[in-house]
Design a protein around this ligand. Structure first.
Ligand code: TTJ
Length: 638
């Protein structure tokens, strides 16, 4: 019965390995040099897992002249006893895809995402692969060609080929030239990877030997100082600003080790590892550390009086000049991202926050000078960041307001600013009427084309890019300010009143809102000093059928009142300013004796700014809803 089962499962096994040979890239990334070297790492990682389990102290990697590589360790040796499938466990490991999972997590307490699952892949992609397992005084042997076993087992058990007093596993394999473009391992890359492994596992010795002709050497990597030594390598040749800071601890069953040091650069270099695997896409452990560190430094800086509320350092400010290696050992990690190199386990973030938060606080409380050095790095960064932001905004501003003279301002002739007014009029046709109707001595007309602005998603950038608006700013004569620099000079303002004249519809309100936002952000003094107004053109004209005067009605309330006291009249409804002729426009909106204008308060402008932010948000739905629900109360209710 056992035999039948074995036959059946061995077929699927071979089919599995055949799939690996058909699409090797799916399993090792590529069939180039990096994929080739990956084979070595897959095997070595198994031995590292044995180190992590506490049973292995040395791993040897030897490149041979025939193109093969030997990986050996002094661990307990791969299990050789009968597996439930009726063959030696070793066979199952080397012939079953993802066999690693079958050998419960207890043995591989902190196995990395791919560890223990890759040996069958390596086997499938090797011209030959041989295993010698020293265990319980005996040396067991097995071998494969392109993933197919070539040793006949007796009762499913491996042959014994010798005796040994020590335990361990030795795997020799030669990558298949049918699969790989080149089969020459990159020695430097392997060495660097072994060195990295030694930093992450301070108790482990990794011995690299190259037996290839002309390349002979042996290097031993054994870094008892662990991450601290790794930091030293990363920071070699740089000016060190602090001593290395080491943090170690366990939380939520996750072991956290971190080393960090500040150097005289403007960069940050923060490397994250989970179970000895470098997480090139970062992940939860780094997020946890970074957020905790930012808070910590900001709190200290405030406590020490270096930073005053509401100022604060950005995350990158606090990491300016930081070199950091953060390594977590997780019993059951989750990886995500494009290349599965991003740690996704949320408990890793919590563990890192707990361990680093607590220990860094203890450290900084005792090492005030180091803390102050780190804070001064952050200050330096914040200063540069702000200067850059300012330079950037000045640049933007320059680009935005390189005034061209093709605007359509019809200026007034008077030079007495206290008498002058400028009307910002929505639409060319209303603009045309306004130009005819105005008192050209003291009224300037600046038409802005609604079309450009009344897209729902018009952004402040679009407002700024608008040629007419550039002309308008030039006309005001006081420059503008943004953020840090203040080039705005209200005393140069050429008009006492800036009057926004827009239709009382959604588009008009939108334009008013954008203009107010623009003033609020770039020329707030215009508003706070009371220079900005909104014209209130009438919505209706009531024309009595008998005697009596024509009356302009500015809102529905006025209409209701008019209806209550008048019977026989026709009502003309103005859909927009464009519908009024020059005379009507003068009577209703321009003539200082009869027009209705409302002064904009800074609160109104702030409201407009809020609305604009909402209108510009990326969420389309809330924006649409807002426009439809609030269009009529947005600006003209001032
Ligand atoms: C598993 O749990 C029982 C005792 O042995 C454990 C084990 O498998 N240890 C182990 C595996 N040590 N070394 C390996 C290993 C070494 C190489 C070079 C290659 C592979 C696939 C595994």
């Amino acid at each position: 019965m056992a035999k039948d089962n074995y036959d059946a499962s061995s077929i699927t096994v071979l089919e599995g390995l055949e799939a690996v040979r058909r699409r090797p890239g799916m399993y090792i990334g590529s069939v180039g040099v990096s994929g080739l070297n990956h084979l070595v790492y897959e095997i070595v990682d198994n031995s590292v897992d044995e180190y992590l389990a506490g049973y292995c102290t040395e791993i040897r990697v030897t490149l041979e002249d025939d193109g093969s590589v030997i990986v050996s360790d002094n661990g307990r040796g791969i299990p050789v006893d009968l597996h439930q499938k009726g063959v030696s466990a070793e066979r199952v490991i080397f012939t079953t895809l993802h066999a690693g999972g079958k050998f419960d997590n207890k043995a591989y307490k902190t196995s990395g995402g791919l560890h223990g699952v890759g040996s069958s892949v390596v086997n499938a992609l090797s011209e030959y692969l041989e295993i010698k397992i020293s265990k319980g005084g005996k040396i067991y042997y097995d071998s494969y060609e392109r993933g197919v076993p070539v040793v006949e087992l007796e009762k499913g058990l491996l042959p014994v080929i010798g005796r040994s007093k020590v335990n361990g596993t030795t795997v020799t394999f030669k990558p298949d030239p049918e699969i790989f473009e080149h089969t020459h391992f990159k020695a430097d890359a392997i060495k660097s990877r072994l060195h990295e492994t030694s930093y992450l596992n301070p108790g482990l010795s990794l011995v690299f030997t190259n037996n290839r002709k002309g390349e002979q050497e042996t290097v031993t990597y054994h870094e008892t100082e662990g991450l601290k030594a790794y930091l030293a390598e990363l920071n070699a040749g740089k000016e060190l600003l602090t001593e290395p800071i080491l943090v170690k601890g366990t939380s939520e069953g996750i072991e956290v080790v971190m080393a960090l040091q500040f150097v005289d650069t403007f960069e940050e270099r923060v490397l994250g590892y989970c179970n000895n695997i470098y997480n090139s896409e970062g992940g939860t452990h780094l997020v946890g550390f970074k957020s905790r560190f930012t808070t910590l430094i900001n709190n200290y800086a405030k406590e020490l009086g270096i930073l005053k509320d509401p100022d604060k350092f950005s995350g990158p400010d606090t990491r300016c000049g930081m070199t950091c290696v953060l390594s977590v050992k997780h019993p059951d990690p989750l990886f995500e991202g494009q290349t599965k190199t991003k740690l996704g386990s949320q408990d890793a973030a919590r563990a890192v926050v707990n361990v680093t938060g607590e220990q860094l606080e203890l450290y900084f409380d005792k090492h005030l000078e180091t803390l102050k050095t780190i804070i001064s790095c952050a200050e330096k960064s914040a200063k540069i960041r702000k200067a850059e932001e300012k330079a950037k905004s000045n640049l933007l501003t320059k680009a935005k307001f390189s005034f061209d003279s093709n605007g359509k301002l019809s200026n007034c002739t008077s030079k007495y600013a206290s008498l002058c007014e400028i009307f910002i009029v929505e639409g060319d046709s209303a603009g045309g009427s306004a130009k005819k109707a105005r008192n050209r001595m003291y009224q300037a007309i600046m038409p802005i084309r609604g079309k450009i602005l009344n897209v729902e998603k018009a952004s402040i950038d679009k407002v700024l890019a608008n040629a007419e608006i550039k002309t308008m700013v030039l006309a005001f004569g006081c420059g503008f300010s943004e953020g840090y620099g203040n080039d705005f000079d209200i005393t140069k303002l050429r008009y006492d009143k800036i009057i926004i004249m827009a239709d009382a519809d959604v588009d008009g309100e939108h334009i008013s809102t954008l203009l107010l936002t623009f003033f609020f952000r770039f020329m707030p003094e215009l508003i706070s000093e009371g220079h900005v107004y909104i014209a209130m053109p009438p919505l209706y004209k009531a024309i009595p059928k008998g005697k009596g005067e024509e009356t302009y009605l500015y809102d529905d309330e006025a209409l209701a009142k008019y209806r209550a006291t008048h019977k026989n009249f026709t009502l003309q409804r103005y859909k927009g300013l464009g519908e009024m002729d020059a005379e009507q426009l003068w009577e209703t909106t321009l003539d200082p004796e009869r027009r209705v204008i409302k002064r904009v308060s800074i609160e109104d402008a702030r409201m407009a700014d809020k609305v604009t932010s909402l209108l510009m948000g990326n969420d389309v739905e809330p924006r649409r809803e807002y426009i439809h629900e609030h269009a009529h109360e947005a600006m003209l209710d001032v």
